[in-house]
Design a protein around this ligand. Structure first.
Ligand code: ADP
Length: 415
């Protein structure tokens, strides 16, 4: 400690001794001298202890390891990163070379990233460039969107980091389109209801036949809005549960019978065209019964709507060789031209909007089915032949027993 604090500590101790001796000489009291001595020592130790906490030199840092080469560090980063020195690309990792070209190392950065705002930022005098990210379109493929972030290093070099924003941009576009479409879909029946209500108020309601016709149109439009709102609520509920794997054991054969009875009870004249073909020994699936029922309602509803009147709507259930449970709904209708098939599960996508609306469609039925199937870790297949009809199949993994085997339900299922 003496070594650490040096002469000031020794002086403090010396002063304490002198003070104790003075007390002894002046007062002749040994006890008083001892109190002065101990008190003094404590004061000196406390003072230098506090100094130790506040002023002690920091512990010596670990020896600095020799600096590692930069390239392997950059290669470990999955996003494109460039190091720029004197306006030229000094280092570029693999993802950067993939997006900007293999030749960019050593190249003028304005040629490597051909974008005016990026070039201006990357060649600005040190410390003068903005730290705001720059949005770039068209690097790599034409529709790719990037955010460029530039950091100035103390040695004058720069690090340019490209962050791929293509997916979040597409998600944002989808969200904006969805809000615009949903508003439009709601506004149309609402405008119609308001228009008829105003016409009624203007005296058209005096004619009973006219009034009944108007009231029917208003009720139909209100029901259309109701269906749309219900589908929107369903969609948002299913999306909210997206990552929660449904775990109830659902017997799809029973579910088909249940949905069939519900449609018969609803007195839909097409319900009597439903033909169920349920194979024996179909294992249950791990699922959410209410959502699977909704998916089945939507598929059978489409087959009834778009299939020709009086033709069968065939619901089949079987287990395939890969132990997947397949539930298909087929109709004999006009079918769907192949170019539309990849887009049918997009929200509000319709092959023929007028026909869909006239049949009471919301344009959300297949989007709901797709989300339900995804939540069940299943797959949706749509096969169609123009002029012949459409078959939509849901594939779901069979429920697995605690022993790891697919559970098998014995015996034939009711049709
Ligand atoms: P909608 O409420 O319009 O029926 P869906 O999301 O259920 O919406 O279906 C999207 C579109 O796919 C429909 O508008 C229709 O054009 C087409 N479609 C769906 N199912 C069938 C089918 N079984 N036969 C022919 N076209 C279908």
């Amino acid at each position: 400690m003496i070594q650490r604090f040096g002469s000031r500590f020794l002086l403090g101790m010396l002063a304490t001794l002198v003070a104790a001796a003075a007390v002894l000489i002046v007062s002749g009291s040994l006890a008083g001298a001892l109190v002065a001595l101990v008190g003094g020592i404590v004061v000196v130790l406390l003072a230098f202890g506090a100094a130790d906490t506040n002023l002690a030199a920091p512990p010596a840092a670990d020896p600095v390891p020799p600096s590692a080469p930069l390239a392997p560090v950059l290669e470990a980063i999955v996003e494109p990163v460039l190091v720029i020195a004197n306006g030229r690309v000094e280092e570029a990792n693999g993802p950067a070379r993939e997006v900007l070209g293999n030749h960019i190392t050593g190249q003028d950065v304005r040629l490597a990233i051909r974008h005016p705002a990026a070039a201006e930022r990357l060649t600005a005098a040190p410390g003068t460039g903005s730290s705001e990210p720059i949005n770039l379109v068209g690097l790599g493929t034409l529709d790719q969107r990037w955010e460029l972030r530039v950091t100035d290093l103390p040695d004058g070099r720069r690090v340019a980091h490209l962050i791929d924003q293509t997916r979040s941009y597409a998600a944002e576009r989808m969200r904006v389109d969805f809000v615009a479409n949903a508003s439009h879909e709601l506004r149309t029946p609402l405008a119609s209801i308001l228009g008829f209500a105003e016409t009624q108020a203007d005296g058209a309601g005096d004619d009973p036949a006219m009034r009944d016709r108007f009231l029917k149109v208003m009720a139909d439009e209100a029901r259309r809005m109701q269906r749309l709102v219900e589908d929107l609520i369903s969609l948002s509920r299913i999306e909210a549960e997206k990552y929660r794997l449904p775990d109830a054991s659902v017997d799809l054969g029973d579910l088909v019978s249940e949905v069939h009875s519900e449609l018969m009870d609803a007195a839909d004249e097409r319900a009597s065209d439903i033909v169920a073909d349920i194979a024996a020994n179909v294992p249950p699936v791990g699922g959410d019964r209410i959502q699977l029922s909704q998916a089945l309602h939507n598929l059978i509803g489409n087959a009834m709507k778009y299939g020709r009147a009086g033709t069968p709507v065939t619901v089949k259930l079987w287990r395939d060789a890969t132990n997947m449970v397949r539930l298909s709904v087929g109709d004999e209708g006009d079918g769907i031209p192949p170019e539309h098939i990849p887009r049918l599960t997009e929200r509000f996508y319709r092959v023929d909007s007028g026909r869909s609306r006239a049949l009471g469609g919301t344009g959300l039925g297949l989007a709901i089915v797709k989300h339900i199937v995804e939540r069940h870790r299943g797959r949706l297949d749509i096969a169609s032949q123009v002029g012949r009809g459409t078959v939509v199949t849901i594939l779901l993994p069979a429920a697995v027993s605690s022993k790891g085997n697919a559970t098998v339900t014995e015996g034939p299922k009711p049709a």
